[in-house]
Design a protein around this ligand. Structure first.
Ligand code: ISL
Ligand code: CA
Length: 584
């Protein structure tokens, strides 16, 4: 039976380039991370997902890998890496690596070989095709890239095109060729032998393309996706990785699953030997855009968000395991998206933290989120470093004009999450003694770790408290989810129940006070925590202040394990199985 430690765990994501720079070159690095291990331990987190640390020419900052078995020299050496793992393990923090196997860098040795000639032994590691039209000067099919435009690049050398679902510097690996999966297994073995605890699997659901690579239905984005999203052989590929490698180390996996729905998620994550332990779905990050395309910005709707969360909370309950996240290196900061970054900023940040840590699934906190960092919203395209932002700005300009494009990019750009961590109010927020690779958000003078360490009621200390409470009360992690007011557009109130225990979470998603009716049997509950001083001690009828968020818990004496009169014995057994399931 697999060790399910990850169910009770709280994860933290590090984007190494922006975490902490130790040598003044403006780039975060492993010695920088090492200097912060005690800070990481003080958060009481159980595991860290590292965005790629491998060698990369940085077309997509690590998501274009040129050597899977070495550390990017900008970040340090393999010795530094080993030391970091040791220090983290000594603090009971597990290490999860990013596994980017849909594509490599075009500077990877395999691709450099592959390009050389049609009969090179590595040719078939990538997806090469003849072009269409006269002289083959048109791409082989109509698929478009995640970063917009065609997904094909013509290569003069051999007169053929190669497929790249992302940037042209990120050629897709060819899983029609069984050799490729063998290479990947070798990479997995390498890191697992070193003692890492699992993988976050980048765009894992895209690996298997449909035979013949047929044209796709024309769409606003990702034309062709019906031919590779959860493609024909994906389950076979994942099964092999599980059986031949991952299961031997009891390794944890979370699969980044673009555009996934509940039923497909269940295919990957349910059953006795799931293909993945859990997934990152995207739907709940679309409450402020049209068609799931983040550049098509739209006013945030709490009702939409609640509907999506309810669907996932219910859909996976007792069948599979979900993740919880608001931020990562691909998303703008949540403060400023789902709550205000100006008025009541701290209350909003704490409210979003409360929700993250009181739902079912494994929570992931992204660096800087724990202090409520906000999006930098840079107004000059020259300041951006992210390939997606730059590419989509150019496309958006054609649709919305310069101003409209900038407005949208500055709202949704991935660089909003990638500005360095704000450690203190000194030069460059204490991130570097040199010039940072990406400018800091100027608000580091007000929002930073040092200042929040000194303030008892800071966002940082609130996150710590919530993580602690989640550890103490299993109902946070394992409870059922029940939305008490799904139709309210400003209030999010829900109840979680588990083994006779209950919590009620009430949140005001607006800048104005909101009236709430008393919760049924309000006196049975008592206040556990709140982001305001003097919140009501029981969930009575009253007015919730702007972004007020409070967690109530069933009083100890009110707890009872329900035993139906007719079949007490069966129920007792059920309770017992539930308890073994959560044992970690
Ligand atoms: O960020 C995105 C826009 O919303 C997504 O399209 C993103 O590109 C997609 O979620 C895949 O993300 C992952 O793979 C990419 C890499 O650029 C991202 O940073 C990574 O998280 C290619 O490896
Ligand atoms: Ca450095």
């Amino acid at each position: 039976m697999k060790n399910q430690w990850y169910k009770k765990a709280c994860f933290y994501q590090i984007y190494p380039r922006s975490f902490c720079d130790s040598n003044g070159d403006g780039i975060g690095d492993i010695p920088g991370i090492i200097s912060k291990v005690d800070y990481l331990a003080s958060l009481n987190i159980d595991a860290i997902w590292f965005s790629p640390l491998y060698c990369s020419p940085n077309a997509d900052y690590g998501y274009d890998i040129s050597d899977y078995k070495n550390i990017n020299p900008e970040y340090g050496t393999m010795q530094d890496f080993d030391r970091m793992v040791k220090l983290l393990h000594a603090r009971n923090i597990k290490v999860i690596m990013d596994l980017v196997i849909n594509h490599t860098s075009d500077k990877h040795r395999w691709f450099e070989e592959s390009r050389k000639s049609k009969d090179n032994p590595y040719r078939n590691y990538y997806i090469w095709r003849d072009g269409r039209g006269k002289n083959g000067k048109k791409p082989p099919n109509n698929w478009t890239s995640f970063f917009l435009g065609t997904a094909w690049q013509y290569d003069e050398l051999t007169g053929q095109w190669y497929l790249h679902l992302f940037d042209k510097n990120q050629p897709d690996l060819n899983y029609f060729n069984p050799r490729v999966l063998e290479e990947v297994k070798d990479v997995l073995n390498f890191w697992l032998k070193k003692g890492v605890d699992g993988f976050r699997c980048d765009v894992i659901t895209l690996l298997s393309k449909r035979e013949g690579l047929p044209d796709g239905k024309k769409r606003i984005a990702l034309t062709g996706r019906e031919h590779y999203l959860n493609g024909p052989k994906i389950e076979f590929l994942l099964r092999q990785l599980q059986e031949d490698v991952l299961s031997k180390y009891d390794a944890f996996t979370v699969g980044e699953s673009v555009m996934i729905d509940v039923d497909t998620a269940l295919k990957y994550t349910s059953g006795e030997n799931p293909l993945l332990d859990t997934v990152f779905e995207f739907e709940h990050m679309n409450a402020d855009n049209y068609f799931g395309i983040k550049q098509f910005v739209r006013k945030f709707s709490l009702k939409r968000l609640k509907k999506t969360i309810a669907k996932w909370q219910d859909g996976l309950y007792n069948k599979a395991w979900n993740t919880l996240y608001w931020e990562n290196h691909d998303q703008a900061r949540i403060v400023g998206r789902y709550c205000s970054a100006t008025e009541y900023r701290e209350e909003g940040a704490k409210m979003m933290g409360t929700i993250l840590l009181t739902l079912s699934g494994t929570p992931f906190i992204y660096q800087g989120q724990e202090i409520g960092q906000t999006s930098a919203k840079m107004q000059d395209i020259e300041m951006y470093r992210d390939v997606e932002s730059i590419r989509s700005y150019n496309t958006m300009r054609k649709i919305f004009g310069k101003k409209g494009a900038m407005k949208r990019i500055s709202y949704c750009s991935r660089d909003n999450a990638r500005t360095p961590v704000q450690w203190d109010s000194g030069a460059n927020g204490g991130f570097t003694a040199g010039t940072p690779w990406l400018a800091l958000n100027p608000n580091y003078t007000q929002i930073n770790v040092a200042q929040q360490e000194n303030e008892q009621s800071s966002v940082l200390n609130y996150y710590r408290k919530l993580i602690q409470l989640r550890k103490e009360h299993d109902v946070f992690t394992f409870g059922t989810y029940h939305d008490l007011a799904p139709l309210k557009s400003k209030l999010w109130m829900y109840k979680r129940s588990y083994n006779g225990d209950e919590i009620l979470v009430v949140n005001n998603f607006s800048l104005k006070p909101q009236k709430v009716r008393a919760v049924k049997d309000a006196e049975r509950y008592t206040l556990l925590t709140s982001n305001y001083p003097n919140s009501a001690q029981t969930p009575v009828a009253r007015t919730l202040r702007p972004y007020e968020s409070a967690v109530y818990i069933l009083k100890e004496q009110e707890k009872q394990i329900d035993i139906p009169k007719d079949d007490a014995l069966t129920t007792a057994t059920v309770t017992e199985t539930e308890q073994t399931e959560q044992t970690v």
